[in-house]
Design a protein around this ligand. Structure first.
Ligand code: AMP
Ligand code: ZN
Length: 136
């Protein structure tokens, strides 16, 4: 993936401030942080969305996410951490290489992760659940 900015970071072709390299995954600082200390974790191998990543690489990525969140809790005195991941543009994905955002939070910060709550019609939730189950 020649034009992928995160592939270039993984290949050391453009600069990044790295936190941890497992060999299969890389954690580095987000240059436009939602909060200071915002880290991104990527699989080194390119894939656009979760289903493009092998089980082996995905396991490594999530273990790296856990390792780095542990280090963030220890080092940043944050009250919480959001782990956020977007699949496709409609979900807010801008960089088309799978990545997890690790965003440190403090009580009373005004970062708004709130979303509205829709109401189901009678039977609708079971219906939708059935559709998802039948595609597993
Ligand atoms: P998303 O909207 O989920 O695709 O997030 C992409 C993230 O990548 C944003 O938070 C950007 O700030 C971040 N980003 C883009 N380019 C770079 C870069 N060269 N180094 C570090 N972070 C980057
Ligand atoms: Zn890539």
């Amino acid at each position: 993936m020649q034009e992928c900015i995160f592939c270039k970071i993984a290949e050391n072709k453009i600069p990044s401030v790295n936190i941890y390299d497992s060999g299969k995954s890389l954690a580095f600082m987000d240059i436009m942080p939602a909060r200071k200390g915002h880290v991104l974790v990527i699989p080194r191998k390119h894939g656009e969305i979760l289903s493009d990543i092998s089980e082996e690489d995905l396991k490594d990525v999530i273990l790296t996410v856990r390792k780095v969140t542990d280090a963030m809790f220890k080092s940043l005195c944050c009250d919480g951490i959001n782990v956020h991941q977007c699949n496709r543009a409609a979900a807010g994905q801008v960089v088309n290489h799978v990545h997890f955002h690790l965003i440190p939070r403090s009580e009373g910060d005004n970062l708004n992760f709130g979303w509205p709550h829709e109401a189901y019609d009678k039977g609708e939730m079971e219906n939708i659940a059935g559709k998802i189950r039948s595609s597993l």
